[in-house]
Design a protein around this ligand. Structure first.
Ligand SMILES: [Fe+2]
Ligand SMILES: [Fe+2]
Length: 160
């Protein structure tokens, strides 16, 4: 694996245990006491806001910008940015559902269903998004950038 692909992998690998916790939280809905579920959804929310969203902003500002310049295809990464937006919308939805887990003495059937939908949906979306960057974007950049440009990109991403 070249240096750039390796860097993108390593950055995602650092986030992956937290992404796995989203699936664990999905599995826990309806299976564990409400107090534990609340803690799980709260931890997932913390991860989304403090780690995943800032990572997405760096993807947008650095990785995608470089890819569009290297391939001379302005707007070609808009679909990936739309996925960042979807993650953010789903994080908002999860925030509302988390508030319900605090307000409800017992989880309603509707909240149970919605929590599962949002948690599993986020899990699938994030994994697919990571795979696209690791398998497709890393490959495009590998072929389009010079060694110096790749080193510069890794250094810039590493500073964030
Ligand atoms: Fe991204
Ligand atoms: Fe990423």
């Amino acid at each position: 694996m070249d240096k750039l692909a390796d860097f993108i992998h390593r950055e995602h690998n650092a986030l992956r245990p937290h992404v796995e916790l989203i699936r664990v939280a999905g599995d826990a809905v309806g299976e564990v006491p409400l107090s534990i579920l609340r803690e799980l959804t709260n931890t997932v929310l913390g991860f989304l806001v403090s780690e995943l969203m800032p990572h997405g902003r760096d993807d947008h500002d650095i990785l995608y910008r470089t890819l569009e310049q290297a391939t001379q295809t302005p707007g070609s990464t808009a679909t990936m940015n739309r996925e960042h937006l979807e993650m953010s919308k789903m994080a908002d939805e999860l925030g509302n559902l988390h508030a319900l887990t605090v307000a409800e003495a017992e989880l309603s059937e509707r909240t149970t269903r919605e929590l599962r939908r949002v948690l599993y949906g986020l899990y699938a979306l994030i994994n697919l998004h990571f795979a696209k960057e690791e398998e497709i974007y890393a490959d495009v950049l590998e072929h389009r950038l010079s060694t110096t440009e790749k080193d510069l990109l890794v250094a810039t991403l590493g500073r964030h």
